[in-house]
Design a protein around this ligand. Structure first.
Ligand SMILES: NC(=O)c1ccc[n+]([C@@H]2O[C@H](COP(=O)([O-])OP(=O)(O)OC[C@H]3O[C@@H](n4cnc5c(N)ncnc54)[C@H](O)[C@@H]3O)[C@@H](O)[C@H]2O)c1
Length: 247
């Protein structure tokens, strides 16, 4: 498929996991991808895997407003425009309520929510009317009570609220805004998850996917559908891509 021939994509989180898989998928379908991440070595690895000159790495912290403004300007300049924004960068923490700190709440909201909002604001100014698309990665934790993930879940719930609001706000210009909420996907992020020693083990049964853990490529395929013309009737809503964790 060549659904992204001639399309310019700004993708955050491109140095790892789902972001890297999305960079591979969209460039394979013809896109030029401007990949933002704070992990320079990871971006280089992504660029090496793609190796076609269709991937432009850019080191930036998505929670830094000036860095986001500069990244969007650089993406437009280097790709010659901007058709799609995919907000994939994110962090996760697992903390029982009793030890939840303001610092952790602020960190999760800064990256997951504010980073996403800033890229939406800056990119929307330049996305083309009628064909522009914003894909935000939320999480099934936003809507399905995952114990010990209060700050993470709240930051991702805010991403869903942001998505719905912007879908309504940008609809008059024909710009679509939607969210994909993965469940358990095999990436470096999930490999790092640990639970409190006294965690209630029944928790694990609640969130295990019926289909087993997903792969980053499963999310990349959904992002490719969402951002292509195939997804033209999709806006404002969330796709829960969780292998049946919550049915
Ligand atoms: N893996 C899962 O099971 C799962 C489930 C639901 C949602 N998600 C979400 O999917 C997205 C991708 O996660 P992943 O599993 O591929 O994780 P990952 O850790 O493999 O990749 C996340 C990327 O985001 C980057 N990043 C983090 N903070 C950043 C910052 N401040 N500025 C720039 N880049 C930053 C990291 O460097 C990394 O390259 C995240 O938003 C995550 O919350 C993951």
């Amino acid at each position: 498929m060549n659904r992204f021939e001639g399309k310019a994509v700004l993708l955050t989180g491109a140095a790892s996991g789902m972001g890297r898989a999305t960079a591979r998928r969209l460039t394979a379908e013809g896109a030029a991808v401007f990949g933002v991440d704070r992990d320079e070595a990871g971006l280089e690895q992504t660029a090496g895997e793609i190796g076609s000159g269709r991937f432009v790495p850019h080191v930036a912290d998505v929670s830094d407003e000036q860095a986001v403004i500069a990244a969007v300007a650089a993406a437009r300049e280097q790709l010659g425009g901007l058709d799609v924004l995919a907000n994939v960068a994110g962090i996760q923490r697992t903390t029982p309520l009793a030890t939840l700190t303001v610092a952790e709440l602020q960190e999760l909201f800064a990256v997951n929510t504010i980073g996403t909002a800033l890229f939406c604001r800056e990119a929307a100014l330049h996305l083309p009317d009628h064909t522009g698309v914003i894909v935000n990665i939320a999480s099934s934790a936003a809507t399905h009570g995952h114990p010990y993930m209060a700050a993470y879940a709240a930051s991702k719930g805010a991403v869903l609220a942001l998505t719905q609001t912007l879908a309504a706000e940008l609809a008059p210009r024909g710009i679509r805004v939607l969210a994909i909420s993965p469940g358990g996907v095999r990436t470096p992020l999930t490999a790092k998850v640990t639970f409190p020693e006294d965690a209630d083990r029944s928790y694990y049964g609640r969130v295990l996917p019926l289909l087993g853990f997903g792969e980053p490529e499963d999310v990349a395929a959904a992002i490719a559908f969402a951002a292509s013309a195939d997804g033209r009737y999709w806006t404002g809503s969330e796709l829960r891509l969780d292998g049946g964790s919550h049915i």
